[in-house]
Design a protein around this ligand. Structure first.
Ligand SMILES: Cc1ncc(COP(=O)(O)O)c(C=O)c1O
Length: 389
């Protein structure tokens, strides 16, 4: 892979630069802190301090707090795939799910497929594990099954990593038929699919297609090849570090042992608080507000880009999630644009951070999640001046 931690680290660098300088940030995939339900979460933590603090301060079950596992199982269940509480392993964010899957399923030198552009912290996990990363071609409907099949004739990947709904960084959505085909190919060619699903609940006008987890109940054999990972980072708050993984039954024990070697179990006071928060009905009450706010910001960003930059950039209207993916038609390296924009107080992440190899350097990612609509309009105006200049 051409990937290096320095390249992937651009995201965190630019995001913290934007925070320090107080500019207009389209950089990090950070939820807007103004949208954190601090009142609901404070009540939930106070309830822990009052009712279960001694229990929560002790070691707990390795797989996580049982009531929260049951709740996450119900949240992940669909008519075609009912998830039992025992299937859910609570993790320290979705990232730990990715890392655990890599440890369980791969050895140094193995091949991992991914649709790219791709989430760089997943790339970081593949890089540290010494994996050979290969991109599968994609379009707005996600990875292209014919390209995947052509690669499968040449390589034998242990794993394919996909973010099927509102992908980070490009906002793409894997089409329903392609989801089914991916699972069929996994069964046929015997490779695991790592579904990373932190964004599917952040849809705008219509819900995302069923997850691979849901479809694994319909495609014969698919349950044995699918690892589903998800997270509350974008739905409640990332600082809580609550994610979860649902591996196939025959790998569950190995997932638990592998996580055990890292951290014994995820922090219990937080899990108790999240369970209280959910039990109080705050999760379901709050989610529509986040969706509506991001939908408004996405529309504002798309409208501003269409007004000021339609002739210079390629971009598509997001259907959910937190990101827009842009490409400068004239080419070049978006890192130069990033430097120029920074001088105007606008921050974003250049595309080079999001590829295992052969990066399209003319691309960049804009996050619409963190900045209110008036700031978005102003930021895009400044960006258009930079691009014109
Ligand atoms: C696609 C994707 N996967 C995983 C993560 C990590 O999330 P968490 O905070 O749950 O570890 C992110 C965070 O930005 C993400 O965009």
């Amino acid at each position: 892979m051409d990937y290096s931690p320095e390249l992937g680290g651009i995201i965190y660098q630019v995001a913290s630069m934007a925070r320090r300088a107080g500019g207009i940030s389209f950089a990090g995939g950070y939820p807007d802190p103004a949208l954190f339900d601090t009142e609901g979460l404070a009540a939930a933590f106070n309830q822990v301090f009052r009712d279960s603090f001694r229990v929560a301060l002790q070691y707990g079950e390795r797989e996580g707090h049982p009531p929260l596992r049951a709740r996450l199982a119900a949240f992940s269940s669909t008519p075609s795939r009912t998830v039992a509480a025992e299937e859910v392993i609570i993790a320290n964010g979705g990232q730990q799910g990715i890392e655990t899957a890599v440890r369980v399923l791969t050895r140094r030198g193995d091949t991992v497929f991914m649709d790219s552009p791709v989430f760089p912290t997943a790339l970081q996990a593949f890089h540290l594990a010494g994996l050979n990363g290969i991109s599968v071609a994609k379009d707005r409907d996600g990875l292209i099954p014919e390209s995947l099949e052509a690669l499968l004739k040449v390589h034998a990947p242990k794993l394919i990593y996909v973010v099927p709904s509102y992908s980070n960084p490009d906002g793409s959505v894997l089409a329903l038929e392609r989801r089914r085909r991916l699972l069929e190919l996994a069964v046929h060619y015997r490779f695991h699919v790592l579904e990373d699903d932190p964004y599917s609940r952040l849809w705008f006008d219509t819900p995302a297609p069923p997850s691979l987890l849901a479809l694994s109940g319909e495609v014969p054999g698919a349950r044995d090849w699918l690892i589903h990972v998800s997270s509350l980072s974008k739905l409640v708050a990332p600082g809580l570090r609550v994610g979860w993984m649902i591996p196939p039954a025959h790998l569950r024990q190995e997932f638990v042992w592998t996580k055990l070697a890292t951290d014994i179990h995820s922090a219990l006071p937080t899990q108790h608080a999240v369970e209280n928060y959910w039990a109080a009905g705050r999760m379901e009450a709050h989610l529509p507000k986040i969706r509506a706010t991001y939908a408004g910001r996405a529309r504002a960003m798309h409208a501003a880009l269409a007004e000021h930059l339609a002739d210079r950039l390629d971009f598509a209207a997001p259907q959910g999630g937190m990101f827009m993916w842009c490409r400068v038609r004239a080419g070049g390296d978006a890192r130069d644009l990033m430097d120029a924009a920074r001088r105007e107080g606008v921050y974003f992440v250049p595309g080079v951070a999001f590829y295992p190899r052969d990066a399209d350097r003319a691309t960049f990612r804009l996050s619409f999640a963190t900045t209110p609509e008036d700031g978005i309009a102003e930021g895009i105006r400044r960006l258009s001046r930079v691009l014109a200049g």
